[in-house]
Design a protein around this ligand. Structure first.
Ligand code: PLP
Length: 288
């Protein structure tokens, strides 16, 4: 559930009264970017990495910052206080702004729009972490820049719906060369039979997950060999373990892909260990 007060273009407003202009380009063209930041015991987890990624997404799309980065952080703090939120998420969306509907960018006098909401959105149930989840695959059908955290998410929405219809938690996108790119809202990982932890390399084919980067760092510090390289569906089906990562799913073990059991069919030791390390990192405040 979203909490009561949102920040919309310079004002704190009751969410149920909050409005955006029908000619906002976010609404008309999905011409905008977003971020989701976890709040744990009042700490914003990996805040700097989220703001760095936001900065990159904005730059890639030539959308200007609606305010200074440090002002954004002040707004976050105020919103959390006003909503009395200590655990949950911050959702932030920036669109190119309001202009007559025309595909090309509007005059640069048009200010980008900023909407921020907070919500108590809980983490997945303990049962899911304990038992692991199922994943299905579908052909990659997104645009060629999923590295930009754009609000244009229709294929991801359809992907997640496909998972739900198939009694699964997530859909992994399968590229033409039979490699897995990522999930509809998560990064994909496998553990190879010799113990090597693998997740796809950064580039234009996946979103550079903030959780992904943190898990790489935590895994390496724990002496686990991590390789950033693409892996095929075949590699995944014959992996020792699989799991997914994201701000809201943390480290979620995967026990079945396309109906085939992975490893022992139970959450594997690497995923369990990394979830523990990630939770410890969050309880230390979620920063270096
Ligand atoms: N990949 C996609 C397509 C996503 O939408 C997300 C999160 O929303 C992720 C990966 C994971 O990113 P993060 O760890 O920053 O939440």
């Amino acid at each position: 559930m979203s909490s009561g007060i949102a920040f919309v273009n310079g004002r704190y407003v009751f969410k149920k009264e909050a409005m955006v202009n029908v000619e906002d380009r976010g609404y008309q063209f999905a011409d905008g970017v977003y971020e989701v930041i976890a709040v744990s015991k009042s700490h914003l987890i990996d805040l700097d990495a989220h703001l760095d990624r936001l900065s990159r997404s904005l730059a890639e799309l030539e959308i200007s910052w609606p305010c200074k980065r440090r002002v954004l952080v002040l707004i976050f703090a105020k919103l959390l206080k006003r909503n009395n939120l200590k655990d949950g998420i911050i959702y932030l969306q920036i669109s190119r702004g309001v202009a007559n509907r025309n595909h090309a960018f509007p005059e640069n006098t048009v200010r980008s729009s900023l909407v921020i909401t907070v919500s108590k959105l809980g983490r997945p149930s303990e049962m899911k972490f304990k038992e692991g989840v199922k994943v299905v695959t579908m052909p990659e059908n997104r645009w060629r820049r999923p590295d930009i955290k754009s609000i244009s998410l229709l294929p991801n929405v359809l992907g997640k719906e496909y998972a739900h219809k198939n009694n699964s938690f997530e859909t992994w996108f399968l590229d033409l060369d039979q490699t897995i790119t990522e999930g509809s809202s998560t990064n994909a990982w496998i553990v190879l039979p010799k113990g090597e932890l693998v997740t796809r390399e950064l580039g234009t084919k996946i979103l550079g997950g903030v959780t992904r980067a943190r898990i790489i760092e935590l895994a390496r510090s724990a002496g686990i060999l991590v390789t950033e390289k693409s892996f095929s569906l075949h590699d995944a089906l014959f992996a020792e373990e699989a799991f997914i990562t994201s701000t809201t799913s943390l480290v979620m073990p995967v026990i079945e892909i396309d109906g085939k059991m992975i490893g022992s069919g139970k959450p594997g030791p690497t995923a369990i260990k990394l979830l523990k390390l990630y939770e410890e990192f969050c309880s230390r405040g979620g920063r270096e």
